[in-house]
Design a protein around this ligand. Sequence first.
Ligand SMILES: [Zn+2]
Length: 262
Amino acid sequence: MPELVEVEVARRLLDAQTAGATLLQIVPGAGTIVAGLDVRVEGVPIRRWVRKGKLLGAPLGVESAEQPWLLCHLGMTGKWVSDLGRKHERARLETSQGAVAFVDPRRFGWLRVASAAEARAAWSAIGPDAWHEPLSPDGLFDALSRRHGPLKQVLMDQRLIGGLGNIAVVDITFMAGLHPHRPASRCSLSDCAALVGATRRHLERLFALHADGEITYLSEGGESPGLVYGKDGSPCPRCGATLVLERLQGRPTVYCGGCQRP
Ligand SMILES: [Zn+2]
């Protein structure tokens, strides 16, 4: 499942291959997930690709408050590739610099030509990006103090922080020594400082892991990128107790009952 780092890898590929190029055609593939093609965008330049949380966007044409955007979400299994004609290719961007393809076996991802107003609304629905705009310990404390759900669920709320998914939050709560089921509002300022530091270390580690090359999702047989995610039944790397697997809101949650404080 794509999280912040996978989406950033996609952004870098799109930016390297298409920023500054003229968009020639958006070609929907089989089982298409492309919308908004009634807006004429052929022949306009793709300015750059940006990311907020798990949302990708590219302003099109001359910079103005009314310029259309391309928006893309990778869904559960989406990725952008520069080799064309792969299985599950759902869309292709043909540009003056060549073409890139969106591949998505499970079809939860999407690509859309959006009006400026739609793009602004989609962008502002996402909280500060976990990498570019990290909350301070005080800011996180303030946000968590008003939330009563379990810490893990609250940290995955994209309106609060953009980009943290299930794998990230399992590892971040582990590194911070906090039980994922703890009520968010019961986190102290020092807990929040631990969460902020753990978030940065988690993202730095995954960026180093995916420095180059294509992302391989777990569903494609990739290895778990997690410190403890996917390691249930193994000894905790910190205290040696056996890591436990539970489901929280239907999502697999791995934690150590020995050193993650409820
Ligand atoms: Zn432990």
